[in-house]
Design a protein around this ligand. Structure first.
Ligand code: FSO
Ligand code: SF4
Length: 562
């Protein structure tokens, strides 16, 4: 166990497992993999300032108060669309690399106070104790709000550390699925079940009577709700844009003006494509937008020209070389460098101080900026393949199954998840490179940029690297695994399939909870374990799911294929 903890990098910061207050802290946040020494305490490694951190903490506190009343209201059959939808905005706003603007978060906190009063009126008189978060009122100015946020931060020494750890896992899982539910809502699909559980889960974090295993049960349920949400988003995307089909994507550039779109929201990309049609502007995808090229309803636009750059953490050095306008429609935005800040925009909930935000559907300022910029010369490049969603892969299931039965495909690896800046992430490149030639690699999310420009060849016409899509397309990966298990008349855990996952932010937490809810075992996780997992909770995960840390590509491949 001690070796395991050391491998995961646990035990490095005793205060995160004991919740002990440490003097001289300006803030405390440990929700993402970048967390400095178990928690960012001076300023976020992501660039989050202490005032923004406190305001985000206050927003989460306010959401808990809303959830308390909304959950009670639902128990008596009453609900309200504005309350439900506000929960998604609030949770998504606090996800890593989404909103860095104190003024915008202040607006949301004040709105949360109004929504709480609305939810309270909806619930009507109730019996029993009412938690402080449900009666909280916002202070007068931003500095006082920050002080309130500091008083309601992540740490809570009054709670047992293991209970607190699982509470945080639950909250981070909710933040993750709130992002997906938000994308589906933008397209017009929402789920009563997702809303009902969102209130139930957040209200549960205020309930002092719940023990460790109650919360573990809720965290597993959160994994189920994330699956429901990913299915909803899959339906929203495929109903709107068709099922992805295998599609080559150009990594070079076309002559002409250019706009770069980074993020996950496909509906926003579609609207921009419509508004730029015939204007001599080419649209390029960045980061998690890459899978957009596989959707028939998006690839039909001839000016969806290609993909530029790699994963999110390389934006500062890559964007300097993009001669057009750049827009983020979701995470992961970083502090803009002066070399491109004057042509940067955000959309929707994404905010950076002093960077113009498009609130709605009029992209004229972005288009005007692109027309002012020089644009690209013609410079064709390499092509990579995307578009292997569940429909495309299951369409050739017979071929895949025959290849397995004939011994041509010996093993499948799902090598996916988020990318990040740590050097240990080279593991994923090495793993993909060293995977034997008779194995197939399925990939998804931005972690794919560690190896998606390499040539892997094919096995009897089946590409050895299948890009399933964005992180939410973990839904597709699950569909593929379940279908293969059905074909081979076995459980998913008995398939020749291993999951090698990388995590960075809270959507990865939601997906991990989904995999645990489905009973998936033997997951290898890296580059380090979340700082919000205590040794006892880790022990639980190891004993029940045999989760292990990544070691080296050689060792892990040997152990898996042994
Ligand atoms: Fe990456 Fe960022 Fe998809 Fe995340 S762009 S890190 S899990 O937001 O969403 O994989
Ligand atoms: Fe640190 Fe991550 Fe929190 Fe940013 S989101 S403050 S990097 S733990």
């Amino acid at each position: 166990m001690k070796k395991l903890l050391n491998l995961f990098g646990l035990g490095r910061t005793p205060e995160t497992s004991t919740n002990k207050e440490t003097p001289m802290e300006n803030m405390f946040c440990y929700q993402c993999e970048q967390a400095a020494n178990g928690g960012c305490t001076k300023i976020g490694v992501c660039g989050k300032q202490p005032d923004v951190s406190a305001l985000q903490d206050l927003l989460v506190y306010a959401l808990k108060g809303i959830a308390f009343w909304a959950d009670k209201a639902r128990q008596s059959g009453k609900k309200d669309a504005e309350i439900d939808r506000f929960m998604l905005d609030g949770l998504f706003t606090t996800v890593t690399n989404v909103d860095f603007a104190a003024d915008e978060i202040e607006k949301l906190v004040r709105k949360a106070a109004e929504i709480k009063d609305k939810a309270k009126a909806l619930a009507g008189p109730i019996a029993g104790d009412i938690p402080e978060a449900a009666t909280w009122q916002p202070a007068g100015d931003q500095a006082a709000l920050v002080a309130q946020g500091e008083a309601h931060g992540v740490k809570d020494p009054s709670i047992d550390p293991d209970v607190h750890s699982v509470q945080q896992i639950l909250i981070y899982g909710m933040k993750g699925y709130a992002a997906y539910a938000h994308h589906a809502l933008v397209i017009g699909l929402e789920s009563e079940e997702v809303y009902a559980y969102t209130h139930k889960f957040l209200a549960a974090t205020l309930d002092k009577s719940l023990g460790l295993m109650d919360l573990v049960g809720l965290a597993m349920e959160c994994g189920r709700i994330n699956l429901v949400t990913m299915e909803l988003l899959d339906k929203a995307n495929t109903d709107s844009f068709g099922h992805p089909v295998p599609t080559p994507v150009q990594l070079g550039t076309k002559a002409g003006k250019a706009i770069l779109v980074s993020g996950h929201d496909l509906r926003m990309l579609e609207e921009l494509l419509k508004q730029t049609e015939g204007k001599g502007i080419n649209i390029y995808t960045h980061g998690e937008m890459l899978p957009a090229h596989g959707y028939p309803g998006l690839k039909k636009y001839a000016h969806l020209a290609g993909n530029f750059g790699g994963a999110w953490q390389d934006q500062a050095k890559e964007f300097a070389g993009f001669p057009g306008a750049i827009i983020f429609n979701t995470n992961c935005i970083q502090k803009p460098a002066a070399s491109y800040k004057d042509r940067l925009f955000t959309w929707g909930l994404v905010q950076w101080p002093d960077v113009p935000n498009i609130d709605g559907w009029d992209f004229s300022p972005v288009i005007e900026k692109a027309l002012e910029c020089p644009g690209f010369e013609e410079a064709p490049g390499k092509e990579i393949l995307v578009g292997f969603g569940h429909n495309a892969v299951l369409g050739v299931a017979d071929k895949v199954i025959d290849a397995v039965k004939a011994g041509d495909i010996k093993h499948f690896f799902l090598v996916g998840g988020c990318d990040g800046a740590k050097s240990g992430r080279n593991y994923y490149t090495e793993f993909a490179e060293q995977a034997p030639k008779d194995t197939v690699i399925l990939t998804l999310a931005c972690g794919k940029y560690r190896f998606n420009k390499l040539d892997f060849g094919d096995i009897g016409g089946i590409p050895r690297l299948l890009d399933i899509g964005q992180c939410n397309d973990a839904y597709s990966a699950i569909q593929i695994a379940v279908a293969l298990a059905g074909a081979f008349e076995c459980e998913v855990n008995e398939l020749p399939l291993s999951m090698i996952l990388s995590w960075y932010e809270q959507k990865a937490v939601a997906i991990l909870l989904t995999l645990l809810h489905l009973g998936i075992k033997d997951i290898k996780l890296g580059p380090t374990l979340p700082a919000f997992i205590t040794p006892n909770v880790l022990n639980f995960l190891v004993e029940n799911f045999n989760i292990g840390p990544i070691t080296t590509a050689e060792e892990d491949l040997k152990q898996i294929l042994g």
